[in-house]
Design a binder for this molecule. Structure first.
Ligand code: SPD
Length: 282
């Protein structure tokens, strides 16, 4: 028996979502507790304040679904903003697209980036040396207030759950600021929690986004080690008819590069809304 192997659980509503492994990092920063473990089946995995964020072998379920429905809908992509995303998975997926001149990554906790560089290389695959990436260690909610109107082609909110430091990133005020700094044809994308294990939070996010932007839609899929497994990503735009239509010209290249996402997969995901959730969208 390997004595280093222990169970680490995310405990949510009297259920445990656990991975077994060896602790590589357990550290309290100014913002949160970070745990990184090494597992046999999932590769390395990171937990923030008791919630699973990413694991080497499952991160694609999350990052591909956040990035590709949004970027595949744009013909031209130049400036991108990522709020959170300190593990590098969202940046990696964005960098598959041509034409990008700059990706602003705004991460509140510098330690998340430092530790991801060291222990979650499969998330980031050396993206950190790419000159297009500008890392800003800052609170995303405050940071965007300093950005001029109509600046970004795409904004991604890749944050943890809405308790503690990420709370503001789910507020109406934040969504209005994102809308202000998006280009006219731009697209907004956020992780929007689980319609099962965080049903009320999910519905609040959907309603807030629907009431902020002219167009919005949610895609459902699964992230195997998140509470209940089923997860969601919500997309929004203001001046773009058929805003999720595929427009990027090298989309077959993007599809071939993905393990989970494809245009076909996405089509099903946007239809997969549980009826009990649909009834509560205003
Ligand atoms: N309950 C977990 C929600 C976490 C969403 N963000 C994950 C970060 C991966 N880049």
């Amino acid at each position: 028996m390997d004595n280093n192997q222990i169970w680490i659980d995310e405990i949510h509503k009297n259920s445990r979502y656990g991975l077994k492994g060896k602790i590589l990092v357990k550290e309290k920063t100014d913002y949160q507790e970070i745990i990184i473990i090494e597992t046999k089946e999932h590769g390395n995995a990171m937990m923030l304040d008791g919630c699973w964020m990413t694991s080497d072998n499952e991160e694609k379920y999350y990052h591909e679904c956040l990035v590709h429905p949004a970027l595949s809908s744009l013909k031209n992509i130049s400036e991108i903003l990522i709020i959170g995303g300190g593990d590098g998975g969202t940046v990696r997926e964005c960098l598959k697209y041509e034409g990008i001149t700059k990706i602003d990554l705004v991460e509140i906790d510098r330690k998340v980036i430092e530790l991801s560089k060291k222990y979650l290389m499969r998330n980031s695959q050396n993206v950190w040396t790419n000159k297009k990436i500008k890392i800003n260690i800052s609170d995303g909610f405050q940071w965007i207030k300093g950005i001029k109107d109509n600046y970004y082609d795409a904004i991604f909110v890749d944050c943890s759950d809405p308790s503690g430091i990420a709370n503001n990133l789910f507020s109406i005020e934040f969504y209005y600021e994102c809308k202000r700094i998006l280009k006219k044809e731009g697209i907004f994308a956020t992780q929007s929690e689980s319609p099962e294990s965080f049903k009320n939070i999910h519905i609040n996010i959907r309603n807030a986004i629907k009431n902020t932007f002219k167009q919005s839609a949610t895609m459902y899929s699964f992230v195997p080690f998140y509470p209940s497994g089923i997860w969601s990503w919500t997309f929004a735009a203001d001046n773009k008819k058929d805003f999720l239509k595929s427009r990027y010209k090298k989309i077959e290249f993007i599809e071939r590069s993905c393990d989970i996402w494809s245009l076909n997969f996405q089509e099903g995901g946007f239809k997969m809304i549980p009826s009990k959730v649909l009834r509560e969208i205003q």
